[in-house]
Design a protein. Structure first.
Length: 255
């Protein structure tokens, strides 16, 4: 596995998560949105796109999602691939890839890029890409250029929420990752998403980004984190005293 990873910049690790784990996470994501199917999600986006958008962001904070990203089942292969002391470089990302749901084309069919341009952490940092549905050709499999991590950091330009490589590239190969398996790829691997050609299905995926606390360059740069999380300066909502008391009233159902 490690030899292939060093050579190609990516490897598929099979059967990392159970079908139960993936199904449960997918159900929790849909339930959070008040939905039970892709059709429901599309309808929600049509009726109230802001509600869809806010709930899609909230899905990134589900405890089960964070749990999957820190379990021994995923940390073991990460260490095997060379990260001695893995650190999560940012919160997990859940992507709802479909043209009708995208606020920018980057979220539907991301152009060629390297994730290190956003992470800027350890040089051996990697990304764990986890499909939450069966990603078929029609849904658009993720595409990579094997060995492209050895080209070093390419020139990127800003494009909406992301940064992309504009120069012409060849050697693309689609990657077939079964549900329950994980695609591990170097943060320097050039990749892009396939195009979801369907009009009624969502390519639902999760991804985790990891740095190595023991990598020399990372240590010398003070182990920087390129993602800034901060509270709002003002209170966007001020609850009334009665609202707070009601939360803790005797009438609240207790299990």
């Amino acid at each position: 596995m490690k030899k292939n990873y060093i050579q190609d910049g990516y490897v598929i690790w099979n059967d990392v998560f159970s079908n139960y784990d993936i199904t449960t996470l997918r159900e929790q994501i849909l339930s959070l949105m008040g939905c039970s199917s892709d059709k429901d999600v599309f309808n929600l986006a049509v009726d109230d796109f802001q509600a869809y958008y806010q709930n899609a962001k909230a899905a990134q904070h589900l405890p089960l999602l964070h749990n999957l990203g820190s379990r021994s089942e995923i940390i073991y292969p990460i260490r095997h691939l060379g990260l001695k002391t893995p650190l999560l470089s940012m919160k997990p990302i859940v992507l709802f890839s479909a043209k009708a749901l995208a606020t920018h084309s980057f979220y539907w069919k991301s152009e060629p890029h390297q994730d290190w341009s956003g992470m800027q952490g350890s040089l051996n940092g990697l990304v764990a890409w986890v499909p939450l549905v069966n990603v078929t050709d029609d849904l658009g499999r993720l595409e990579v250029i094997p060995g492209s991590h050895l080209r070093g950091l390419m020139n990127h330009i800003k494009d909406g929420p992301g940064h992309v490589i504009r120069e012409s590239l060849d050697g693309w190969e689609p990657v077939d990752v079964p549900v329950g398996s994980v695609l591990f790829m170097s943060s320097f691997l050039i990749h892009r998403s396939g195009v979801n050609k369907t009009i009624d299905k969502i390519r639902l995926t999760a991804s985790f980004r990891y740095d190595d606390a023991d990598e020399v360059s990372f240590i010398n740069r003070g182990r920087p984190n390129n993602w800034l999380y901060q509270r709002q300066n003002e209170n966007n909502y001020i609850p009334t005293l009665n609202e707070v008391k009601n939360v803790f009233s005797d009438n609240v159902e207790c299990n």
